[in-house]
Design a protein around this ligand. Sequence first.
Ligand SMILES: CC(C)(COP(=O)(O)OP(=O)(O)OC[C@H]1O[C@@H](n2cnc3c(N)ncnc32)[C@H](O)[C@@H]1OP(=O)(O)O)[C@@H](O)C(=O)NCCC(=O)NCCS
Length: 324
Amino acid sequence: MDVIALDDPTDARIRQWHDVLMAVHTADSPGDPAPEPEQTAERLLGGFGSRQRLWGIEGEDAGLVAVAALRLPGEAGAVRPAEIDIRVRPEYRRRGLGRRLMAAAANGLRADGRTSVIAQVLAGTPAVPFLESHGFECVLTLRGMLLDLADLPPGLVARLLAEAPAGYRLVRWSGVVPDEHASALARVKTAMADLAEYEGTPWDADRVREMAELVAKRGDDLYTVAVLDGDAIAGFTEVVVPLGAAGRAAQYDTAVAPEHRGRRLGILVKAAMLRWLAEERPDVREIETDNVGDNTPMLAVNEELGFRVERESREYQAAVSALP
Ligand SMILES: CC(C)(COP(=O)(O)OP(=O)(O)OC[C@H]1O[C@@H](n2cnc3c(N)ncnc32)[C@H](O)[C@@H]1OP(=O)(O)O)[C@@H](O)C(=O)NCCC(=O)NCCS
């Protein structure tokens, strides 16, 4: 069972890849919405806007039974971590296929001059011992929460909007940030870094646009609500409605700049988002969000809005030099 490079996948390979994702989804996270075939094709062909490398392993019938995608954001040699995603059909696990794909990815990382790689996994799944056996360490714990919009207490959104502190102005946009707000958004996104022990790469206006373009390329819709203090963004929140999401939207970043904290701006932008979605996207029935494990203020905001904890996911990171 050799590892094969799949950098220009055929339609048949894309279908087989999707079958692997479906089998893994059923085994590891049946409660989540299933991946859509179009999303898989878009990801494999478009790379979500980043360079990527793809590998697979065939079973007895020459169909794929294990796959690996390595996303390489930025230029070769970039400091930003690459992202690895390995998936093995449940009936083919514990035979060393995951390990072989990780070795192929390690070569790909070295060939691209990378120094670090991250992976997002669910706590309590085989991914945890698998990554730990390859020198990965947990750098971030995220608590997955879900808000069923039907459970929102009546009048809550209107009350929160009415309590907006004086001197601030709400603005909103869909898709890529308008030029007038791009640098201000990058500044407040960088301010989010102090919420996590794990220091991310600083944001600039180009990276902010790149993230929005990536969402659009996948066919998903990005909605942003921000609260302004003059021209500066004091706080913002982002929600993505994925293509074929069957009613479930995903909360992306929410942040309030340090000098504006303690004025309930976080809950204000989230309340404004809920009102906008109700008008603009009545198809959205629930919103899922990940909270950094120790981010007490954001957990409190989400609990006040009625979000319930559903699962824990983790971000693992390894130095490429530590990989086999
Ligand atoms: C995680 C995953 C890729 C592992 O694939 P795999 O082919 O079973 O892994 P391997 O057989 O190569 O295992 C390599 C080592 O990882 C560890 N490991 C893997 N699965 C394990 C499990 N269920 N329990 C304990 N250790 C495990 C072991 O140390 C194993 O070595 P050993 O079998 O000699 O003891 C697979 O379980 C999977 O597809 N999970 C769902 C998708 C996912 O979460 N991917 C992770 C994102 S990178």
